[in-house]
Design a protein around this ligand. Structure first.
Ligand SMILES: [Zn+2]
Length: 585
């Protein structure tokens, strides 16, 4: 079955696969089954090939400031005072005196490259671009008029939760925009898409089409509404879209990663690898990096659902057959995790809650049965993957936590650092149990900034909104949380996420949501550097310390000593990976 499965995934993306196969990319096996804990290397007395002098904020609480950092072969030999690097330089040592402050390269622990690059050129119908719902319809109408008949009109970032009454973009509304060309609009959460009749026809979806496992083709009185939910259904809708060529994909990946680098990021976790081109996405990343080093290190989370595979075991086998095993790859592109999506989007009212949404009788639902969730988690655990489980509502956290409490003890002692993604709304009890189970949360912190008012006023109510993204409670429970953007759900701005963690101020009305969940500036910065690095198994990054990689950003102000209010305005001048320039503003 596994051979069929791998072949099916490749064949369905025939414009990508040949380019990848022709490159003959092989993936390096993992060393000893785990990433090297290279920060444990001792310092040496070798001569530095690079000396950085100036203002250095190390991110290391034991020695937060430095004035010199000596680097050899991409590793930090010593960091500290001028005296600390004395004797480490020679005639060949290059001196770098950056105009700004040197900080550790920021870590983005959960973002989406593949689905984002697919939509790079799509029309923006975000709330920022379209402040009123009518604007969405006008922008789509203009886009349809500019598109030749028969060709797709594609738009992204639609977010009904930010408009009064949470209007859906139904097939009937979109049919009034155009009947003679397919229209597909992607929700900002990426958990929903909206289609007109022509797009449903183009995808071969009819009122009689069976519901896909884990996805929803919404119907009213037996008729498709054009609204589809969750990845399996969205994938069906997009199945006959013109596929990007390998060259388009390559350009798109660099463009996306350059956006990350421009925000000071030097390492990121791709949170759903395999959605666009199946298992060949890994080879493609290696091929691109081989041709020219990528501007950001990429850690991948292999998606547990692949086109053409019927069961989680088949998916696991497909990854293995492609040579993608835990911690395989190299320092630039490494496969690290197994991604499972337990529920939907809270702002899309498809997150799974213990209590109903405001104005509804339902609190959403899980994408799995208890048995099938255990099956998909086991498929990853059996192969030694770090689990990365999307859990948005408090019922989804409970559902996944019960499974984790049952399955993880059977795996014995390990250092896999399993994660719950978003863990947006949690109870005190759940945070304590996550800590006991060995599962840490990664928060989409700007849920608070962008959607906090909608959660409080129209979607969840004040009690549950106050339990949104509980960073302070997570620390109190002994957890080691990180902050992420979920790009392109929000833009990649780790320092803005950290600012939200400190202030918890809402974009809509500037009030503070759950002030008791505010954290210190040092905690917030750790959640986008050292702790985020820990969560992506990058112990050789996250702080500027001897033995670690010389991954750093040059910025115009030291976040550790500046007012958090100003963090999102800190300009990034450049980033370096292994002491070599990766991005220049
Ligand atoms: Zn995500």
């Amino acid at each position: 079955m596994s051979d069929t499965c791998t072949a099916a995934a490749a064949l369905s993306h025939d414009q990508l696969a040949p380019a990848i196969a022709a490159a003959g990319v092989t993936i390096a096996p993992a060393h000893h089954g785990a990433p090297s804990r290279s920060d444990e290397r001792g310092t040496t007395t070798a001569t530095a090939d690079l000396l950085i002098v100036g203002r250095i904020a190390t991110g290391d609480p034991a020695a937060p400031r430095a004035e010199a950092m000596a680097v050899r072969d991409g590793r930090i030999l010593a960091v500290g005072s001028a005296a600390d690097v004395d004797g480490l330089t020679g005639p060949a040592t290059k001196i770098l005196s950056p105009d700004g402050v040197v900080i550790p390269g920021l870590i983005e622990p959960h973002a989406h490259i593949w689905v984002s690059l697919l939509t790079l050129e799509w029309t923006d119908v975000s709330h920022a671009a379209c402040p009123r719902f009518d604007d969405v319809v006008s922008v789509l109408t203009a886009a349809a008029q500019a598109t030749p008949a028969g060709q797709y009109v594609l738009a992204k970032l639609f977010d009904p939760s930010l408009y009064p009454g949470e209007p859906a973009l139904t097939r009937d509304i979109l049919d009034r925009v155009a009947l003679d060309r397919p229209i597909v609009v992607l929700n900002a959460s990426m958990h929903f898409a909206y289609a007109n009749s022509a797009a449903l026809d183009a995808a071969g979806i009819t009122d009689a089409t069976p519901q896909p496992t884990g996805g929803t083709l919404e119907k009213r009185d037996g008729r498709l509404t054009g609204v589809v939910g969750e990845s399996p259904a969205v994938t069906m809708l997009l199945a006959n879209l013109p596929r990007p060529t390998a060259a388009d994909v390559g350009r798109g990946i660099r463009q996306v990663l350059n956006e990350f680098a421009a925000a000071g990021v030097t390492s990121m976790r791709e949170a759903m690898t395999g959605t666009l081109a199946g298992v060949s996405e890994i080879a493609m990343l290696h091929q691109l990096n081989g041709a020219e080093r990528l501007p950001v290190r990429v850690s991948t989370a292999q998606f547990s659902s692949l086109s053409g595979c019927a069961t989680p075991a088949e998916v696991a086998q497909a990854w293995k057959a492609a040579g993608v095993t835990p911690f395989s790859g190299d320092a630039m592109v490494r496969a690290d995790a197994w991604k499972v999506v337990a529920d939907g989007s809270n702002q899309g009212r498809s997150g799974y809650f213990l209590q109903p949404y405001l104005g509804e009788t339902s609190g959403g639902h899980a994408n799995w049965t208890p048995e099938s969730l255990r099956e998909v988690m086991r498929a990853g655990l059996d192969d030694g993957w770090q689990l990365m489980i999307h859990t948005n509502g408090d019922a989804a956290v409970e559902f996944a936590l019960q499974a984790a409490e049952e399955l993880l003890p059977r795996c014995g002692q390990n250092d896999l650092r399993h994660r719950f993604e978003h863990a947006s709304v949690t109870t005190d009890d759940q945070l304590v149990r996550m800590s006991a189970a060995g599962v840490s949360p990664s928060f989409l912190m700007d849920h608070v900034y962008y959607w906090g008012a909608a959660f409080r006023d129209t979607i969840l109510g004040p009690e549950r909104a106050a339990r949104l993204d509980r960073l302070a409670s997570a620390y109190r429970a002994g957890l080691r949380p990180s902050l992420h953007s979920d790009y392109n759900v929000t833009t990649v701005r780790p320092l803005r996420s950290a600012r939200t963690a400190v202030l918890r101020r809402l974009e809509a009305d500037a009030t503070v949501l759950a002030p008791e969940e505010r954290v210190s500036p040092a905690q917030a910065l750790s959640a986008i550097t050292a702790d985020a690095a820990w969560q992506i198994h990058a112990d050789d990054r996250g702080t500027l310390s001897a033995g670690r990689r010389a991954d750093f950003a040059v910025v115009d102000s030291d976040p550790w000593t500046s007012d958090p209010e100003s963090w999102d305005r800190i300009a990034v001048h450049a980033t370096y990976i292994d002491g070599v320039p990766a991005f220049t503003a």
